[in-house]
Design a protein around this ligand. Structure first.
Ligand code: CA
Length: 697
C-alpha cells in the first residue's frame, strides 16, 4: 500500500476500519512490479479460486506490434492496464474492455540491439502520481503522463555511452524517487543503480556496485573496502555488477534491496587475475533509499566466474523459523541455492540447493560462504562442466510467495554449460566479452549428441518450503525457460510456459486445474486485478529472451522452433473471447548454396559466428524461432546481399547492425562459408528444398 493511502486509512480510525480500508483500496490493483513493495507477487483476490477456475475464459486480447521476447509484468492502477513491450514501447489499455487508450514508442535506435546480451526486452513500467516510468533499451529513463502517454521528462542514465549499457528492468518508485539500474555485464561495464526525483527527473543519488580506479577518489566510502577484494586493473574492463532486474523495499526498516549481477568479463583472469571476492558482484546489497548509503551486503557467489548473478527476484516476508518470527529476504539466484537472510542485518540464516548444483558443496552455516569446488575455477583448470550454467537454475522470471501456504513458487530449471577459458581473449567492440571460448562451448554437430543434451534439460514449477529448505511439490514442464509466477488467495498459482500454455495450479499440491492455449511460449509473469467486483488475470505472451536466441534448438518444442506471437491476454470467469487461428508461414526458407571454402575457413567462420552471431541467431546457426535462422537466409547465396547487410547495414532497421567495421572481408566470407556448411550438415537444405516443392504444388 502506498504511504498516502495509509494516511487516509489511519484517518478513518479503528484497526477494523484500517483493515477494511486496506482491502478496499489496495486488493483490487496491481500497482507495483511485485504488487507490493515486498515483491511477494501474491494477490488477496479469491473470486477466481480452486473451485471456480474451471470457468476461466479469455475476456480480451491485444496483438502487440513487436515480435520479440515479451517479459513485462503489467501494472493495473485506476482501471488502466500499463504494459511495456519489446523495444521499450508502452501501451495503456482500459483494463476492463481492452480498449487502447494510448501508445508510446521511445524510438530506440535499432542498432542498439547489438549492445544487449538477451533480446530487446523490457520487464515493466512503474506507475505513481499520474506518471508512468519506463527505462529504454538505449538507457533513457522516461516519465510519461499516465493519462495521455505524453513525455513529462527524460534523463540519460548511462555514465559512459562508449560502453554497452542497456536497460531492460522495471523501475521501482520508493519515497518519491525512481530507481533504475542497467544491463551490460556481458560486454564490459561497471554496474550502478541511480535514484531520480519522481517529479523532476533530477538525479538524487547513484550507488556504484564495484569500485572504480583506486587512484581516483571513491564515490562512496564502502567502495574503498570493496576495492580490497579486487586485484589487477579491473576498472579498465568495468568489472560488471549490473543491477539489471530485482529490487525490493521494506517500509518498516526503510531499506532498499538491490540484486547485483555477474563479473565482467566472466573469466576472472581477465578482470581480477590474483583472485578476490570482487565485491559487490553477485550480492544482495541493502541501501538507505533517501541517500543511497550502504547498510549491509550478502554475497551469494564470491569471485563469480559463472555468470551467477544475484539479480534474481527477491521476496521479503515474515516467517517463523525455529519458533522465532524472522523478517527475511529470500532469493533463488542463478547459482542454484535458495537463500534466506535476515533482512535487517543481512545475517545468513540458511541456504540449500533448489536444483542440481555441482560448483559448490553447500554453504557454510557459520560464514555463509559457499564451499566452492576448486575444479570449478575453470580459469585455472581450463574447463568446467558447470551446473547450473549461465542461464541459471532460476533466471529473471519472477517467483511468488503465498503467506497462506508459506511456500515460494519458483520457475526452476536445469541446464549445464561447459565453461572453457578463452586463452587468447581480446576485448571486442561488437561482440560479447566473456573470456570464454564460445566456439568450443557450442553444441557438436552430431544430432544424436544434440538430442542427448536436449534430454538432460529440465524446467519445473517448484513449490519450495523456505523454513525447512526443501521441496514441497513440483510440476515438470518439459524443459527450461518457463514463465514467471503469480500466487493468489484463491489457492491458485498461475504460470505460462515454454509449451505455449497458460495454466493454473492448486497452490497446495500442484495439481493442474485449468489451462489455455497461448499460441506462443510465455516467459513473463501474470498479474491479477479486480474491476467492478470482477477478477481478471492478465499476462503478456511472446516467446523470447536469451534461451531461444542463444541456444535455439534447445528451446524447440516437439522438434520445431516456436513462433513468437506477442499478445496481451486477459482472462476472467465466463470470458468468451477466442484467439484467431494461428497464421501459418510458408515459403520463407531459401536453399543454401553449395558448400564452399576450406576446412580452415569454415572453422574460422565458426569462431566468428560463436562470438558475434550466436547470441541472437542461435548456437551453431540454429535459431529458436524468434530471430531469423540464418541457414535459410536468402543472403547466403548472394555475396552482394550478404555484404549489404554486413557492411552497409541494410537490415539495421530490424536491429541487425553492420559488423563490417570489426570483421574484414575474409572473416565475412568465412562466416558465410560456415553458415552454408551448417545448412548442409544440419539438414536445413533438405527442409528448404521440401518446402519449395510444397509451395510450387
Ligand atoms: Ca549475465
Amino acid at each position: 500500500m502506498k504511504p498516502d493511502m495509509w494516511k487516509i486509512c489511519v484517518g478513518l480510525g479503528s484497526a477494523l476500519l484500517l483493515a477494511s480500508c486496506n482491502s478496499a483500496v489496495d486488493d483490487a490493483e496491481w500497482a507495483q512490479h511485485g504488487r507490493t513493495a515486498d515483491e511477494q507477487r501474491f494477490s488477496p483476490l479469491e473470486e477466481i479460486n480452486a473451485k471456480t477456475v474451471g470457468e476461466l475464459g479469455l475476456e480480451w486480447f491485444h496483438d502487440l506490434d513487436t515480435r520479440r521476447g515479451q517479459e513485462a509484468t503489467p501494472i493495473m492502477v485506476d482501471g488502466v492496464l500499463y504494459v511495456s513491450t519489446a523495444w521499450s514501447k508502452v501501451v495503456a489499455f482500459d483494463a476492463k474492455s481492452g480498449e487502447v487508450l494510448w501508445q508510446f514508442d521511445p524510438e530506440v535506435p535499432r542498432e542498439w540491439a547489438v549492445r544487449g546480451c538477451c533480446d530487446v526486452v523490457n520487464r515493466g513500467v512503474a506507475v505513481e502520481d499520474g506518471k508512468v516510468l519506463v527505462g529504454t533499451f538505449d538507457g533513457r529513463l522516461i516519465a510519461l503522463d499516465a493519462k495521455t502517454g505524453g513525455e513529462v521528462w527524460s534523463v540519460d542514465t548511462i555514465t559512459d555511452r562508449d560502453r554497452y549499457y542497456t536497460i531492460t528492468g522495471a523501475p521501482r518508485i520508493v519515497k518519491g524517487k525512481v530507481l533504475i539500474g542497467n544491463g551490460g555485464g556481458e560486454f564490459g561495464v561497471r554496474g550502478y543503480v541511480t535514484a531520480y526525483d519522481l517529479d523532476s527527473g533530477e538525479q538524487a543519488w547513484r550507488f556504484f556496485t564495484v569500485p572504480g580506479n583506486p587512484d581516483e577518489p571513491f564515490e562512496n566510502p564502502i567502495l574503498e573496502t570493496a576495492a580490497d577484494t579486487w586485484t589487477g586493473e579491473w576498472w579498465k574492463v568495468g568489472g560488471g555488477g549490473t543491477v539489471w532486474d530485482s529490487m525490493a523495499y521494506d517500509e518498516e526498516l526503510d531499506l532498499l534491496y538491490i540484486g547485483v549481477g555477474n563479473g565482467s568479463p566472466w573469466n576472472p583472469a581477465e578482470r581480477s587475475p590474483q583472485g578476490g571476492d570482487n565485491l559487490f558482484l553477485s550480492s544482495i546489497v541493502a541501501l538507505k533509499p533517501d541517500s543511497g548509503e550502504y547498510v549491509w551486503h550478502y554475497q551469494t557467489t564470491p569471485g563469480d566466474q559463472w555468470d551467477y548473478t544475484a539479480t534474481q527476484h527477491m521476496i521479503l516476508a515474515d516467517i517463523e523459523i525455529e519458533g522465532e518470527n524472522r523478517r527475511v529476504i529470500m532469493q533463488a539466484p542463478k547459482n542454484g541455492f535458495f537463500y534466506v537472510l535476515d533482512r535487517e542485518t543481512g545475517e545468513f540464516i540458511s541456504a540449500e540447493p533448489f536444483a542440481p548444483v555441482n560448483w559448490a558443496d553447500g554453504v557454510d552455516p557459520e560464514t555463509g560462504r559457499p564451499n566452492i569446488k576448486p575444479e570449478a575455477r575453470y580459469h585455472e583448470a581450463g574447463v568446467w562442466e558447470g551446473t547450473p550454467g549461465p542461464l541459471g537454475a532460476h533466471n529473471w522470471h519472477p517467483m511468488a510467495f503465498s503467506p497462506e501456504t508459506g511456500l515460494v513458487y519458483i520457475p526452476s530449471q536445469t541446464l549445464g554449460f561447459p565453461y572453457i577459458a578463452d586463452t587468447n581473449f581480446e576485448m571486442k567492440e561488437l561482440a560479447v566479452n566473456l573470456g570464454i571460448d564460445l566456439k568450443a562451448a557450442g553444441l557438436p554437430a552430431d544430432q544424436a549428441i544434440r538430442d542427448a543434451v536436449k534430454d538432460t534439460l529440465q524446467g519445473h514449477l517448484l513449490a519450495w518450503d523456505p523454513v525447512k529448505q526443501e521441496e514441497r511439490w513440483s510440476v515438470p514442464l518439459g524443459g527450461p525457460w518457463n514463465g514467471g509466477i503469480l500466487a493468489t488467495s484463491g489457492d491458485l498459482v498461475f504460470q505460462g510456459n515454454r509449451n505455449g500454455e497458460f495454466a493454473a495450479y492448486d497452490a497446495r499440491d500442484g495439481s493442474k486445474l485449468w489451462s489455455a492455449d497461448a499460441q506462443t511460449g510465455v516467459v513473463a509473469a501474470p498479474i491479477t486485478y479486480s474491476i467492478d467486483g470482477e477478477q481478471y488475470v492478465a499476462v503478456v505472451a511472446g516467446w523470447g529472451g536469451i534461451l531461444p536466441l542463444l541456444i535455439g534448438e534447445l528451446s524447440w518444442v516437439n522438434d520445431k522452433p516456436q513462433v513468437n506471437r506477442s499478445r496481451v491476454l486477459v482472462y476472467k470467469l465466463g470470458g468468451k473471447a477466442e484467439l484467431p487461428e494461428p497464421y501459418q508461414v510458408v515459403g520463407t526458407k531459401a536453399v543454401a548454396p553449395a558448400r564452399f571454402g576450406s576446412a580452415a575457413d569454415v572453422d574460422a567462420g565458426a569462431g566468428t559466428y560463436a562470438r558475434y552471431c550466436a547470441g541472437c541467431h542461435g548456437d551453431t546457426a540454429v535459431s529458436g524461432g524468434v530471430l531469423p535462422d540464418l541457414r535459410y537466409s536468402f543472403a547466403l547465396g548472394d555475396t552482394d546481399v550478404w555484404e549489404s547487410i554486413l557492411v552497409d547495414g541494410s537490415l539495421t532497421g530490424n536491429g541487425m547492425v553492420a559488423f563490417g567495421s570489426e570483421l574484414d572481408e575474409a572473416q565475412r566470407e568465412q562466416l558465410r562459408a560456415y553458415i552454408t556448411h551448417r545448412a548442409h550438415e544440419s539438414g536445413a537444405v533438405k527442409i528448404a528444398q521440401e518446402e519449395q516443392k510444397g509451395t510450387e504444388q
